[in-house]
Design a protein around this ligand. Structure first.
Ligand code: AMP
Ligand code: ZN
Length: 466
């Protein structure tokens, strides 16, 4: 299996530190609001990657943090006249509702930054002891000049970065690229005791610290949206590797933006759609399908048309599911015969294609094509003449390939009854319209599916016959 590693800018064969296990850390949301489907793209992408690793047999330790202390959190708490902790509690709760709604698997752990303050203080102290950090007036900064590899993720030297950072030079910092590990308390801000006085952690340090604490000094995969590569991930690498002297993560993965009119979907541009609003109109399968219909490293331009086309595609996929579910309860033959066994084996080629595509840096777009090819084959070759066993196996295969993508797991069973009720109503209307040909056709079609209609004084009833 190959993964594109942002650190080396190439696809590399994936090899985990411990065979059969993957330690993965994904930067999570700042919990001061509902998340939008741009954030959702990143969460869905890494959920899919985690699911696929599990499909391949890995045990995945999946950590996604909640940033529950920063400027935006403090601002929101002040606006609402409440505490930062209260805002955190509320939007973590809302996060779970929407993430569950999007069929995103729960992380092994969702650490909250504020629960790791002691570990963060210990981390920062360690950096000071080693000469990688210094304190000024209660703030602690990372000494970028001291860390040799600074800029290795974005492939820029410290000098290039310094020249770009001339504006807004803070006189108290030794170098414009030095960044805050600990911030002294400003009036009205929540703060914790530390060797440098009351204050709170910087943003970057929380991820370095929680990843180390929960997964160890070197992890397999560290991931997040493209915007996090610099400075967030660059700074994480500097802090972690300065402290431990070991590589922080073996593979760095970054997912591309979800755009609107070629601009990044973001709160500040006010061009966002919350996951909650999207889920009111569209099923999770549709939203996931849309996100996964492009490769995760390619920007995706969101539009209503794209959503509608995802909806139509998902309907086509579920028609195949529904068809098989109906056949399972309608076909007469129980077991597969030899010919059917052969046929079932022939479907393996779609699984192989799917795996080959997913193994190639998680090419979900082409993996989806393999699923479409599979259902096309099934639609042409599995019918009312087939055995129940074959129908079941065919459906199992569709669900197996849908599972890593987090789609196609639902049953359409409930809707079979609805469909029959709808057809009965259509038939009644046809009769009223004296369109007896249509009315008879509806009855005959249902009969072919072993559903017979009875006209009773109480109205039309239906039953299944075997
Ligand atoms: P935030 O809460 O802003 O820190 O974002 C949480 C995650 O969503 C981070 O991994 C971001 O990189 C990612 N993200 C934010 N906006 C977008 C977008 N428009 N498209 C894809 N990912 C995004
Ligand atoms: Zn992070």
């Amino acid at each position: 299996m190959k993964i594109y590693n942002s650190l080396t800018r190439q696809k590399e064969e994936f090899k985990s530190i411990t065979p059969g296990e993957v330690k993965m850390y994904v930067c999570g949301p700042t919990v001061y609001n509902y998340f939008h489907i741009g954030n959702g793209r990143t969460f869905i992408v890494f959920d899919t990657i985690r699911r696929y690793l599990e499909y391949k047999g890995y045990k995945v330790e999946f950590i996604q943090n909640f940033t529950d202390i920063d400027d935006k959190m403090i601002k929101k708490a002040n606006e609402e006249g409440t505490t930062v902790a209260d805002i955190g509690d509320r939007y973590i709760n809302e996060y779970y509702k929407d993430a569950d709604g999007l069929n995103i698997k729960r992380a092994s752990t969702n650490p909250r930054a504020t629960e790791y303050i002691e570990d963060i203080i210990e981390f920062v102290s360690g950096l000071i002891e080693k000469g990688y950090a210094y304190e000024v007036d209660g703030d602690v900064y990372f000494r970028t000049k001291k860390f040799n590899g600074y800029g290795k993720l974005i492939k820029q030297s410290l000098e290039d970065l310094q020249s770009g950072a001339r504006i807004n030079v803070d006189e108290r910092k030794e170098d414009p690229m030095d960044f805050a590990l600990w911030k002294s308390q400003k009036p009205g801000e929540p703060a914790w005791e530390s060797p440098w006085g009351l204050g709170r952690p910087g943003w970057h340090i929380e991820c370095s610290c929680m990843a180390k604490k929960l997964l160890g000094e070197t992890i397999d995969i560290h991931a997040g949206g493209m915007d996090l590569a610099f400075p967030h991930h660059e700074n994480e690498i500097a802090q972690s590797e300065a402290l431990t002297g070991k590589p922080f993560a073996n593979y760095w993965m970054h997912s591309a933006y979800l755009n609107v009119n070629n601009q990044k979907m973001s709160k500040s541009l006010n061009n966002f759609l919350t996951a909650r609003d999207a889920l009111e109109k569209y099923d999770a399968d549709i939203i996931r399908f849309l996100m996964l219909s492009a490769h995760y490293r390619v920007q995706l331009n969101f539009s209503d048309d794209l959503l509608e086309s995802a909806k139509a595609s998902v309907e086509r996929l579920y028609n195949a599911v529904s068809n098989l579910e109906n056949l399972i309860s309608e076909v007469k033959k129980e077991k597969m015969d030899e010919q059917e066994e052969e046929y079932l084996k022939s479907l393996d080629k779609y699984r192989e294609k799917y795996i080959a595509k997913m193994d190639d840096d998680f090419n979900t777009a082409d993996a989806i094509t393999a699923i479409f090819d599979l259902i096309k084959d099934i639609n042409t070759n599995v019918s009312i003449e087939s055995s129940k066993e074959l129908c079941e196996k065919a459906l199992e295969l569709i669900r197996e390939l849908g599972n890593p993508l987090g789609i196609l797991q639902k049953s359409t069973k409930g809707s079979l009854e609805e469909e029959i009720e709808r057809l009965i109503e259509e038939r009644q209307q046809a009769r009223k319209d004296r369109n007896f040909a249509l009315a008879d056709k509806i009855r005959d079609d249902l009969k072919a599916r072993n559903i017979v209609l009875e006209d009773t004084p109480q109205g039309v009833r239906w039953k299944k016959i075997n």
